[in-house]
Design a binder for this molecule. Sequence first.
Ligand code: PLP
Length: 292
Amino acid sequence: MFRTAYVNGRYLRAAESAVHIEDRGYQFADGVYEVAAIVGGVLVDSAPHFARLARSLKELDIAWPVSRRALVHIITEVVRRNVIDYGMVYLQITRGVAPRDHAYPKGIRPALVVTAKRLAPQQPELIERGVSVITLPDIRWQRCDIKSVSLLPNVMGKQSAKDAGAYEAWQISADGSVTEGTSTNAWIVDRSGAVVTHPADHAILGGITRESVLKVARAEGIKVAERRFTLKEVFAAREAFLTSTTAAVLPVVSVDGRMIGDGRPGPVTLRLRERYLATLDRQVRTAKGRGS
Ligand code: PLP
């Protein structure tokens, strides 16, 4: 739980923080969000998170509620007030408050909420043993590239995974390809040793972690392919894993109850995880003026 939230210009105690009942985010899920990690008190990967936020806002024709500089200041202040060393920032921008009507009035002031909370370190057994996923039909809309707060299929999917004792649900599109998880991107290491993930088109959210892991893999000389892959390929894969800001890189060892590879976290996955975490560490050291 957070202690202090920023809500439309004010820093409020959690219990006092509230938004208007005619906020279009509340009535229509007419808004976007970002989740970024805090490591060592430092906001990591801020540039790509801001770039994705800018893109989501532009696609939905929502204005920036404050300047980017002011937003950085607000995030820093929320992190400071909540005394966060390791955790996450949640930032939500909705179109604003207006009498309920599907079409939106032009020029209303967007609403901004920023919260931050501490996270417990990832449980070592998730990494040592890996996680299981189930699969579900991808019933989402055709603009999953926008980080919209409209997340009902993701909510239903994650709950199904939880009810099944799994960590995540991988969604399968009508053409039979695995698009992504409900809050994570999906990956396999195929028979040729290539690291494969769905292209960053309208069918998935282009994860910031996904981009970093692609970069890390290329730097490591690992073959990468941004292409569609099927569940059949998942079952034949050497390894599988998932990525997100809060999960980092997690090995997936079973899908729909079927073992992937030898059923243990694979070497490529673990190497990518280690190298990815090292990129975060470097950012923290640089931000704290200790260089790399
Ligand atoms: N895919 C979906 C649907 C998500 O909601 C998320 C994160 O929330 C991701 C992928 C991973 O994105 P990121 O690496 O930026 O956290």
